[in-house]
Design a binder for this molecule. Sequence first.
Ligand code: FES
Length: 153
Amino acid sequence: MGTPQVSRRSVLEGTGVALAAGALGYVGFVALGPVPGSEGDNDDGDSSGKGSGGDGEDSHFLAAVDDIPDGGGMVLSDDKLVLTRDGDSVRCFSAVCTHQGCLVAGVQDGEIRCPCHGSAFDAATGAVVRGPASDPLEPEDIEVTDQGEVLRA
Ligand code: FES
């Protein structure tokens, strides 16, 4: 009575349209397929750190070693990284404080310091020197070139 009536013919016609659209879509997919290289580029970028070398987005210039104060460090706000230096030794950590996520503000007296609640981390290891943070800063891979450039590895 109040139930909408759908004729068998309209159901079949609808099915035919759906099948045709599905077939066209499949043919289109097979014919065009994934754009060559589009997926491969992403895969290469992720997995071929060896192959792509310097042209990958992951590997980019962070700083010159000479610009990092010896015995101190520098915070790279855009990259959310902190570089520390002790002579020829350069280290890199996440600049995101493990307490509540503030960016650390700088490096002084061998400590990476967070301005928000006073946590401090060892500039050489990232270990917690003073809380309230309880977890160390995450170390990040870098590469120091023969030309004295610090690159994100
Ligand atoms: S967010 Fe760094 S000490 Fe709280």
